[in-house]
Every structure is written in structure tokens, then in C-alpha cells.
Design a protein around this ligand. Structure first.
Ligand SMILES: *Cc1c(COP(=O)(O)O)cnc(C)c1O
Length: 341
């Protein structure tokens, strides 16, 4: 979802961007306006994540999977090893993409129990690893790491489905990235934050387009940037800042609490993630006790304009995604429909 006010601002910018006499869709990517847009996005990202001055922020294309490629290309040499925590589909994708470039070590996985809990974080991590990759929120299975752990090797995090949803110690990551389309805009842009020392650790020669250092040097316009997607991220970042990250965090917690309580108390549904400490505040996954209930509830949702509630095929049932732009009132409406079943 996107907030109505963000959509209204986007609509206005499509007709005319500031005093340029152009639509935002017509702006040249090397214009002053786009440079200002990107630099405001970077400043807001730094501020909302409370990052120290050691980070660079860039906006890229190619989505999450492009990062799954670029991280090992840049940071994993052929004979070196990277560590991975497998907490679900996206974590597994990142792991399998890395095998094309170097050695991989699966340090923990909860695949055998269909990811209904987080795996145990490894007690010791070898300092021989080039980096450790994990996924902060598991979009499909509805688990989430409540904290970013401390780590002796560079920690790299996919935060695609929970970036800007709460306060966190982002400075513990050497690199973190998030596609825009979940919590911070629309498809087309991916935010990457990189600690500066990582830019001197690139392990192989790469064409500029695949090299983080070149993207930093070119201030996110090495190639024709996806200006409109970046602009939507800017509008979302401003919206998040105006609300305040603490208020967002509280509302996200209230939304999830309401829904989990409804599921835990229901005679019709059960949660995919029974272990409460592992539950995601962003994606609430639950299944119906019978196929009959599943069918009836989907129909009832449809009649009440609740869309996108069907769960991923690997879990089945339902998934309510409670990203930043989903309000407590929206969740209360879902609660009302569940109650009416
Ligand atoms: C949605 C999502 C992605 C998206 O990847 P794309 O390649 O852009 O489709 C990546 N990681 C996580 C955790 C996600 O939730």
C-alpha cells in the first residue's frame, strides 16, 4: 500500500515537477532536480537509520536479486567463504546466488520445519568468513529478527521487507539493502547502504555497472536512473519522517498485536509461527483449520475489498502484510471481517 497523500503528491508531480515545466517522468537523470532528489533520499535514509558518517547510500535497479548477485561478486573471492543464515525463501535465494562466485557456509537453517521459527543464531562465527549474510524479516514465512546481532565479520542484511519499520542498530551492518516496493515506495529502486571501508574490499575486477564503488562515485546515476521510483521513495521517506520512526514503530507493533491476538484466539485459524518471540510485525502468516473455512474467508475478504491476503504457496493459507503504509484502521477492518466469519 501507499499512503493516499503520497499518491496525491505523485499525481501532482506527474503533471508538473516543481517549476521545471516538466513532468517528473520527463526529468533528465543528470539534472539538478534529480541530484537534489537523490541527495535528500540519502540524507533521510541516514537520519532514519541513525547511521554514522561512515556510510554511503546508493539507489540501484535490479531489485533484491541483483543484490544477491552483486554482494558475492564484490565481496566474495573464488576461494573465500561467506556465511549464511537461512531463515526462509529470500535468504535461501541469496545463498544460492553466492555459490556462483565463491564458497558458502550455511551456518543455520530452519528449512526442515518449513521456517516456522527462526534458526538459532550461531554462537561462534569464524573470523575467516568474508561476510555473514542474513534476512532481517522473512516475508513469506512471517518471522523477523528482533535485533541486529553483533558480529565480528562484516554483517550484510537484506532488509527489503522491514526497513524503516522500527528503530534498529543499523550501524552493526557493513552493508544493508532494501527493495523499495515493500516499505518505501514502488518497484524499480533498491536502496543500498555501504560502510565506506567495504568499498576498499572489492575482491575482483568488475564492469562498472556491477561495482558498488562506481555507483557511489557516480552518485547513483552511473546509468539512467529510475527517477520516478526514486521520487516515490523520497515521498515515502518524507512521510515516514513526518510521522516519526517511533510512532511508526509503535503503530506497527499495535497492528501486529491486534492481528496475532485475533489468530491465537480464533477457533478458525492458526498462526504459522507459534513461537511468539520470532514473529514478524510486518507479515502475519496464518492458515485455516479446514479447506472450507479457507474458502469462506477468502470469499468474505473479497466481498469486503480486502485483497492480497492469500498466503504464498509454500505456507498456504493467508498472509497479511502490515507494511508502514497500512494503518491500524486497516488492520481493524481485517479484524472485523475475521470476526464476522
Ligand atoms: C520482496 C523481497 C525481495 C525482492 O526481490 P526482487 O528480486 O526485487 O523481486 C528480496 N528480499 C526480500 C526479503 C523480500 O521480501
Amino acid at each position: 500500500m501507499l499512503p493516499a497523500e503520497v499518491l496525491a503528491q505523485a499525481q501532482e508531480a506527474i503533471m508538473a515537477y516543481q517549476n521545471t515545466g516538466m513532468s517528473v517522468l520527463e526529468l533528465p537523470h543528470r539534472s539538478m532536480e534529480v541530484a537534489a532528489m537523490i541527495s535528500e533520499c540519502n540524507a533521510l535514509t541516514m537520519e532514519l537509520c541513525e547511521l554514522d558518517d561512515n556510510y554511503e547510500v546508493i539507489w540501484m535497479q535490479g531489485g533484491g536479486r541483483m543484490q544477491f548477485c552483486m554482494i558475492p561478486m564484490n565481496f566474495l573471492a573464488d576461494n573465500d567463504t561467506a556465511g549464511f543464515i537461512d531463515s526462509g525463501f529470500w535468504a535461501e535465494e541469496a545463498f544460492s546466488y553466492a555459490t556462483y562466485y565463491g564458497q558458502v557456509n550455511l551456518l543455520a537453517t530452519s528449512k526442515a520445519i518449513n521456517y516456522c521459527r527462526l534458526p538459532e543464531w550461531p554462537k561462534e562465527v569464524s573470523d575467516q568468513l568474508s561476510y555473514l549474510h542474513f534476512t532481517t524479516n522473512n516475508t513469506i514465512f512471517g518471522t523477523q529478527w528482533p535485533e541486529i546481532p553483533e558480529c565480528d565479520v562484516p554483517l550484510i542484511a537484506d532488509m527489503s521487507s522491514d526497513i524503516f519499520s522500527r528503530r534498529r542498530n543499523y550501524n552493526r551492518c557493513a552493508v544493508f539493502y532494501a527493495v523499495a516496493q515493500k516499505n518505501v515506495g514502488i518497484p524499480g529502486a533498491t536502496m543500498v547502504a555501504i560502510r565506506k571501508d567495504m568499498l576498499d574490499r572489492i575482491v575482483r575486477p568488475l564492469p562498472p555497472m556491477l561495482n558498488y564503488k562506481e555507483h557511489v562515485k557516480e552518485k547513483s546515476v552511473l546509468n539512467t536512473a529510475n527517477v520516478f521510483s526514486i521520487y516515490l521513495s523520497l515521498l515515502m521517506l518524507r512521510w515516514i519522517k513526518a510521522k516519526g520512526i517511533d510512532a511508526i514503530e509503535k503503530e506497527n507493533a499495535d497492528k501486529a498485536k491486534l492481528l496475532y491476538k485475533a489468530i491465537d484466539n480464533s477457533e478458525f485459524f492458526k498462526p504459522h509461527v507459534k513461537y511468539k518471540a520470532d514473529r514478524s510485525l510486518m507479515n502475519v502468516c496464518f492458515t485455516a483449520n479446514t479447506p472450507e473455512i479457507e474458502k469462506n474467508f477468502l470469499k468474505l475478504c473479497d466481498e469486503n475489498n480486502i485483497t492480497g491476503i492469500k498466503g504464498h504457496r509454500s505456507v498456504g493459507g493467508f498472509r497479511a502484510s502490515l507494511y508502514n503504509a497500512v494503518s491500524l484502521a486497516d488492520v481493524k477492518e481485517l479484524f472485523r471481517v475475521m470476526d464476522a466469519l
